[in-house]
Design a protein around this ligand. Structure first.
Ligand SMILES: *Cc1c(COP(=O)(O)O)cnc(C)c1O
Length: 358
């Protein structure tokens, strides 16, 4: 355990997986069985996942990035095509668009939600636009009605929002396809891993084909981005706990918001479908100072997006993304964050805010 000098108390990490004896037992069972790679457990995980997705087909893969790349390829997106993505998101989205040789078109966000702004997206649609990748940032569903209105195929990026809902229905069931990530510190984990969900049979078949190279009648360029049975076993144990995980996240978020509402900050929406993958607070100015001070107190806050994509690409014209990125701080929130730790997060944060004159 890491200790912090100033406080002489264990450091509270920004994120941390919630694992228990169920995960250990299920993975040990797979190891004992001697069948480690993609097999029955992956199939069982896909079926269990589909049950949460209104029966839509699920294809397990090695990461959220792989899931996105396979969706783009299976949709036939490539050179000469444009894909709209937000600037306020991790670089995985930029990578996959480049990997298929398409052109990334960046859109700005709605500063209140942190999600893509349908008005800004609409202005950037051209004849070449083949898809819009729509992340549900920090666990809050994007404005899907607004984003689907122009009729361009939507790929829902649910990497941060598994178990979340839009208009009372699970996210991942609205788009042409949806992808999920089970990276170690996401809402639920398989270590590394991902899932594609879609109701489009042809697309699903194509992705199953592209996922693995062996025993094919005709050659074409394929991948190896399968999930292992060990990972799927972990995923099964985590999936069983998903609703408990989300309940705990909502509880912590409600406590945070109750305490912080006096401070005049921009707090996360209280939407019934929000799962609070991140608890992101908007300050009045650059959050860097507060993040540094919190870390000094052993509370690992962070900017929730490392760097906006328009900055990586040297593009301008994303005022909401730029401001929200600069002013946002993400506080530790995860199912196994104890109430004591949550209290420490709040008292440390309150001290920092008083320090900077709010
Ligand atoms: C984590 C994440 C991804 C990528 O998932 P990996 O499993 O790490 O490849 C894609 N989109 C969003 C919004 C993410 O948070």
């Amino acid at each position: 355990m890491k200790y912090n000098n100033e406080e002489k108390r264990p450091v509270i990490p920004h994120s941390r997986p919630s694992l228990g004896s169920g995960e250990l037992r299920r993975v040990a069972d797979v190891i004992r069985s001697g069948h480690l790679a993609q097999g029955r457990m992956v199939l069982a995980f896909e079926e269990a996942f589909s049950e949460k997705m209104a029966g839509k087909a699920s294809v397990a893969v090695s990461s959220g990035t792989a899931a996105l790349q396979l969706v783009l390829l299976a949709m036939g997106i490539g050179a000469g095509d444009e894909v709209i993505i937000p600037s306020y998101v991790c670089s995985a989205l930029l990578n996959v668009v480049h990997h298929v040789a398409a052109k990334p078109v960046l859109a700005d966000i709605d500063p209140d939600s942190g999600n893509m702004d349908p008005g800004d997206v609409k202005k950037r649609i051209t004849r070449r636009t083949k898809a819009i990748i729509v992340p549900h940032m920090f666990g809050l569903a994007a404005d899907l009605d607004g984003l689907m209105a122009p009729g361009v195929p939507i790929i829902e990026d649910c990497a941060q929002a598994v178990g979340g809902a839009y208009a009372g229905k699970p996210v991942g069931t609205f788009g042409h396809a949806a992808i999920f990530s089970f990276y170690a510190t996401k809402v639920m984990t398989t270590g590394e891993g991902g899932m594609v969900v879609s109701g489009q049979k042809k697309l699903v078949d194509r992705i199953r084909d592209l996922r693995e190279y062996d025993e094919k009648r005709a050659y074409k360029i394929r991948f190896n981005c399968k999930m292992t049975d060990m990972q799927a076993a972990l995923g099964m144990a985590q999936l069983e706990k998903l609703s408990t995980f989300i309940r705990r996240r909502r509880n912590i978020a409600a406590n945070y918001s109750r305490f912080l509402k006096e401070f005049g900050l921009r707090l996360p929406f209280t939407d019934p479908g929000h799962i609070y993958f991140r608890y992101v607070v908007g300050l009045k100015s650059d959050a860097a100072g507060v993040i540094r001070q919190l870390r000094g107190k052993g509370v690992m806050a962070a900017r929730p997006v490392y760097k906006p994509l328009h900055q990586y690409l040297g593009r301008t014209g994303y005022p909401h993304t730029a401001r929200v990125w600069r002013n946002s701080a993400s506080l530790p929130i995860y199912p196994n964050l104890t109430s004591k730790e949550a209290d420490r997060v709040l008292s440390a944060f309150a001290e920092c805010l008083q320090g900077v004159g709010r």
